[in-house]
Write a new protein. Structure first.
Length: 381
C-alpha cells in the first residue's frame, strides 16, 4: 500500500520513483491543435500529480510539435527542483538530428528551464536508426556519457520500438552503460510485439524496465463486451483500464509505468489505481492473455516457416511484412510499421509484390499473401 494514500513508489538505485509516471505526449490542447498545449490545464494536472505523489515526468523534443518540453518546464518550474525527476530524450527518430546532439541537448535544457536532466534516453532505438546510433562519427554516445560525467544527466537509458534483434545490437554496444530501458509493454504486446522476449533480454542485462503504451493508445481502456464481462466477474471492483496496469504490476522488473494522460479524469483514475499494488494471480494472468488472444484473432496466422520466401521471385521477406501488416492493421495505422520499413530497401516493400501467388501455393496457413501486400501498400500511402 502507498504511504499516506499517495501513489506507490518503486526503488531505483538510491532513490524512490513513483510507479506511475506522467507522460507529456498527450497533454490537453487548445481547439484540437496538437501543437497548442493548454498550459493552464497542464499546470493544474502537474500540481495535482505532485500532490498525489507522482514524481516522475517524461517529455521529448518532438512531442506536441516541439512544445511539450516548454509546457512541462513551466509547469514543473513552480515546484522545488529536488521534488521531481524529469526525463527527456535525444530525438534519433529523425536521422537529420544525428549530427546535432550537442546543440539539441543544450536547447532541451533551455526549453525545460533546468540545469540537468534526472533521466535522459536515446529515443526510439529501432530498425531505421540503429546503424546511426552505433556510428561513432555522430559522437552521440560519447557526448551523452560526457554530460553524465558532468552531472547534467543523472541517469542514462534508452527507449526502443525496434524488434528484439535491434535491442540486442544496441545492448551489445552500450548495455554496460544503460541504467534503464523504456519499452512498449502491455498484455496485447506481450506476444504481439515480442514484449516477453524483450523483458527477458533486459533481465539478462539486469536493466530495469520503464513502460510506455500501457493501455495501447487507449485500446485497452475499453474491451469487447464479452471480455469486459469476464474480467468484471473475476475482479468486480476493478476498472477495465486498471487491468492493464495490474498486468504490469505483476512483472517484477517494471519500475515506472508512463501514461500520457490528456485530461484530469484520466489522471485521477490512474492515480487511484496506483495507490495500491494488486498483481495478478496465475489464473488472472492467463485470463488476461486469453483476452489479448481474442483481440488478435483477426491477425494473419503466419508462423514464419519461410516457405514463401524461397518461392518469391522478388525475394521479399514475406514473414516480416506480414508481421508489420498485422501491427499496422491492429493499431489502425500508426508509425511503427512505416518506421520499420524505412530500414528496408524500396524494392523490398509491399508494393514490390507482382501478385504471382507463387508464395501462396506453398503457404501452410493458406494466407492470401498477394491480397495482403496490395492492402498493406494502399494503407501505407
Amino acid at each position: 500500500m502507498a504511504k499516506n494514500n499517495l501513489v506507490i513508489k518503486k526503488k531505483f538505485q538510491d532513490i524512490e520513483l513513483s510507479a506511475l509516471g506522467m507522460g507529456a505526449m498527450r497533454l490537453p490542447v487548445v481547439d484540437g491543435d496538437d501543437s497548442k498545449i493548454d498550459e493552464e490545464k497542464t499546470a493544474q494536472m502537474v500540481d495535482y500529480a505532485m500532490e498525489q505523489g507522482i514524481n516522475y515526468y517524461d517529455t521529448a523534443w518532438g512531442y506536441h510539435g516541439g512544445n511539450s518540453e516548454i509546457a512541462m518546464g513551466k509547469a514543473l518550474g513552480c515546484h522545488p527542483r529536488d521534488t521531481f525527476y524529469l526525463a527527456d530524450k535525444f530525438p534519433g527518430y529523425d536521422l537529420a538530428n544525428m549530427p546535432h546532439v550537442e546543440e539539441i541537448f543544450e536547447k532541451q535544457l533551455e526549453k525545460c528551464g533546468v540545469e540537468y536532466f534526472d533521466f535522459y534516453l536515446f529515443h526510439n532505438v529501432c530498425e531505421m536508426n540503429i546503424d546511426a546510433y552505433l556510428d561513432e562519427k555522430y559522437r552521440i554516445f560519447e557526448y551523452l556519457m560526457k554530460q553524465k560525467e558532468n552531472g547534467r544527466i543523472r541517469h542514462l537509458g534508452f527507449s526502443a520500438h525496434g524488434d528484439y534483434n535491434v535491442m540486442k545490437r544496441f545492448l551489445d554496444a552500450y548495455g554496460d552503460h544503460m541504467e534503464f530501458c523504456q519499452i512498449q509493454l502491455n498484455y496485447v504486446d506481450w506476444t504481439f510485439q515480442e514484449a516477453k522476449g524483450k523483458v527477458d533480454l533486459l533481465k539478462e542485462y539486469q536493466i530495469p524496465i520503464w513502460v510506455m503504451e500501457p493501455v495501447r493508445g487507449g485500446k485497452l481502456a475499453k474491451l469487447p463486451e464479452d471480455a469486459e464481462k469476464k474480467l468484471k466477474e473475476i475482479r468486480p471492483e476493478e476498472t477495465i483500464p486498471a487491468w492493464a496496469f495490474r498486468f504490469l504490476q505483476t512483472i517484477p522488473e517494471v519500475v515506472v509505468t508512463l501514461s500520457g494522460m490528456s485530461n484530469f479524469e484520466q489522471l485521477k483514475d490512474n492515480i487511484q489505481t496506483f495507490k495500491e499494488e494488486k498483481p495478478l494471480s496465475k489464473q488472472e494472468w492467463e485470463e488476461l492473455l486469453a483476452v489479448a488472444d481474442g483481440m488478435l484473432s483477426r491477425r494473419l496466422p503466419c508462423t514464419a516457416c519461410r516457405y514463401c520466401v524461397s518461392h518469391c521471385p522478388q525475394e521479399l521477406d514475406i514473414p516480416r511484412l506480414v508481421e508489420l501488416y498485422n501491427e499496422h492493421r491492429f493499431t489502425g495505422g500508426g508509425f511503427i510499421a512505416p518506421m520499420a520499413l524505412m530500414a528496408v530497401p524500396k524494392e523490398k516493400h509491399p508494393d514490390a509484390c507482382i501478385g504471382c501467388r507463387s508464395c501462396e501455393a506453398v503457404c501452410p496457413q493458406q494466407i492470401k499473401i498477394s491480397e495482403m501486400m496490395t492492402d498493406f501498400a494502399a494503407n501505407l500511402q
